[in-house]
Design a protein around this ligand. Sequence first.
Ligand code: NAG
Ligand code: NAG
Ligand code: NAG
Length: 116
Amino acid sequence: MLTLLSIFSLAALIAAAPSATKPYQIRGVQAPIYHLYLQGLPSNKSMPVMGPEASGEFFNIGTTIQSTNTSQFLNIGTSTTSYKPLSFGSNATTTAWGLEGDTIITTQGSSYGRRM
Ligand SMILES: *[C@@H]1O[C@H](CO)[C@@H](O)[C@H](O)[C@H]1NC(C)=O
Ligand SMILES: *[C@@H]1O[C@H](CO)[C@@H](O)[C@H](O)[C@H]1NC(C)=O
Ligand SMILES: *[C@@H]1O[C@H](CO)[C@@H](O)[C@H](O)[C@H]1NC(C)=O
């Protein structure tokens, strides 16, 4: 499994819904996370990692991203560095998510800009 440390990693994430139904799994489409799926680390569910499809969680994606498996929200943390850490939390602190086609983005007008 690979720890997902930066929102820039999300440039490579798409919402994968086999039958075009929600909720979605979130899949990597670029190396090194190609064909890995977003999920909480088994030993620490607040830590987002990319891992096997079989253990990939399902997410409702709107302005928030919430796991239907753990009810945890995917949030972008604060950091003084140019990349921002991701975490799962019980409250949605990031409400600027969006989908453009099947690509996961942060929406225009958010403080994150459109980096994905
Ligand atoms: C679990 O992961 C979160 C988010 O990365 C981190 O803040 C927290 O310290 C971790 N907890 C443990 C017990 O490692
Ligand atoms: C997440 O929930 C979905 C839908 O209920 C289920 O099919 C899947 O097995 C669950 N995944 C995990 C890793 O618990
Ligand atoms: C989540 O929100 C509730 C209600 O506003 C608050 O009581 C709680 O402390 C928050 N939890 C975290 C982890 O921020």
